[in-house]
Design a protein around this ligand. Structure first.
Ligand SMILES: [Zn+2]
Length: 476
């Protein structure tokens, strides 16, 4: 008679035992089954990286094994040892029920530690599982406590060193830090994240995990928003607050100020617009310097770019035109102008005005909300302290905390917006480097200095570019 067995294998990430690869477990139980007359492994069940003792972890293959055993699809189980199979008393009881109900079921482990088909074996199994479960839970609690202690003290956790720091996780890596600082400045000055990502990929920047693939947009964004940069200790990517309700500061060298981190995060999360753009995102208008800035002098409508489909590299004439939209699109449709000469003319005007435009602008570096911010934070800390000292109830705490936290959020947004403005206002290199800037930065420069350019009709048959037909309205 053939005994159809279900072979069960599992690898888990907890490092409390020897790592026993699934393949090795499978070979072992196949060999053991082959040595017994009539035994045949009819089905394999493999759970990957799933802890056998945590109650909330679902192990789909273990569940399938149980249901096949219950339905009679298999006549027994073969596995490396009881530990592979389960460390959960509740799971064990499911198995015990099945084996008690059907004494013919077979149970075998390679190490021969247990046999569920006998009553003594089941008792033994219960004891072993109870101990394994407790040992695992103790380890888990110990690890969690250790993590919390490290976090509360601002100490580094384990894992790879974060991008920006050397192997010791404390000393700044100058090359990586320079990349981060440049990216922060670029973003605040109007660059898009996609441009930063392209730059990093072109420089072959890699994360410390080193998968060998080009760095991803997600990775770059996470690096640039990492609270660690400003010295904040994080737990699972979030700023960790100590028992006093204050963010815990880490023991490492910082790469930027908390204000800058906040501004960059606001820009990357789209809370603050990096620069009030005059075009809708997602349109090809973004690809032209003056879209949104040029207006038709006849009707005042913003002119839109129009690529000439027949134009290729080396063709005569202009690759695109700016035109007043047709009446159906809200314009008068009466003015069109070749694109390149207009762009070149405006760039020249900006260079001519360089000295005047690059003069330090009158932006107050101080943020006016500072005092109120400190006040609200103080109140918040006092509330948390009162709750900790059992002077107020949890209900009172929540009721009083909510309006404070709403105000804090608003203040933070305001502070981020202010930080973005300060950086944008004081960037003297913008115009000097104009030609080397990515287009979105060039657009930001134009929009910073020029309110609008009014385009007058050229008259019938006029072919030659005439700068007098462009009237620039400078920003104050
Ligand atoms: Zn018009």
């Amino acid at each position: 008679m053939v005994v159809r067995l279900g072979g069960y294998a599992r690898i888990s990430l907890d490092k409390d035992g020897e790592e026993l690869g699934v393949e090795r477990q499978r070979q072992d139980y196949m060999q053991a089954a082959a040595a017994r007359p009539g035994w045949r492994v009819a089905e394999h069940y493999v759970d990957n990286d799933l802890s056998a003792w945590k109650r909330n972890v679902k192990r789909p293959e273990f569940e399938r094994l149980i249901s096949d055993l219950a339905s009679g699809a298999i006549d027994g189980i073969i596995t490396y040892d009881l530990d592979r199979l389960t460390r959960q008393p509740r799971e064990l009881e499911k198995l015990v029920d099945l084996y008690e109900a059907n004494p013919k079921l077979v149970f075998a482990t390679i190490v021969g530690d247990i046999d569920l088909s006998s009553s003594d074996g089941r008792t033994m199994a219960r004891v072993m599982v109870a101990f394994a479960n407790k040992a695992s839970a103790d380890t888990g609690r110990r690890v969690a406590r250790k993590h919390k202690e490290l976090a509360d003290n601002g100490r580094n956790g384990g894992g790879f060193p974060a991008f920006g720091w050397k192997e010791d996780r404390k000393t700044v890596d100058p090359t990586q830090a320079a990349l981060i600082n440049k990216a922060h400045d670029d973003l605040l000055a109007g660059s898009r994240l996609a441009t930063v990502v392209r730059e990093w990929q072109a420089k072959d920047v890699k994360t410390s995990r080193g998968t060998g693939k080009p760095i991803s947009r997600t990775a770059v964004k996470a690096i640039l928003k990492n609270p660690r940069l400003a010295g904040f200790r994080t737990v699972k990517g979030q700023i960790h607050y100590g028992p006093d309700g204050q963010p815990v500061r880490g023991e490492w060298e910082t790469i930027c100020t908390p204000e800058k981190l906040e501004a960059v995060t606001a820009v990357l999360d789209g809370i603050t617009e990096r620069y009030k753009d005059r075009t809708k995102n997602g349109t090809n208008a973004y690809r032209y310097l003056l879209t949104g800035t040029l207006r038709c002098a006849l009707c005042g409508t913003r002119m839109m770019p129009n690529a000439r489909s027949s134009w290729t590299e080396g063709s005569k004439g202009s690759a695109f035109t700016y035109r007043c939209p047709a009446p159906s699109d809200g314009g008068c449709g009466k003015i069109a102008r070749a694109g390149e000469p207009v762009d070149a003319h405006i760039v020249n005007l900006i260079h001519e005005a360089e000295g005047r435009l690059a003069a330090p602008p009158e932006t107050d570096r101080m943020w006016t909300g500072e005092a109120r911010f400190a006040e609200v934070e103080q109140e918040r800390a006092e509330l948390l302290a009162a709750k900790a000292a059992k002077k107020i109830s949890l209900g009172t705490l929540i009721a009083l905390l909510e309006p404070l936290e709403t105000e804090l959020e608003e203040l933070k947004r305001d502070r981020a917006a202010h930080a973005v403005k300060v950086v944008q206002a004081a960037n003297p290199s913008l115009i000097e480097d104009f030609e080397r800037l990515p287009l979105e930065r060039q657009r930001a420069v134009v929009m910073k200095h020029i309110k609008a350019v009014m385009v007058s009709p050229a008259g019938r048959g006029a072919r030659k570019f005439n700068p007098d037909l462009l009237e620039v309205v400078w920003a104050a």
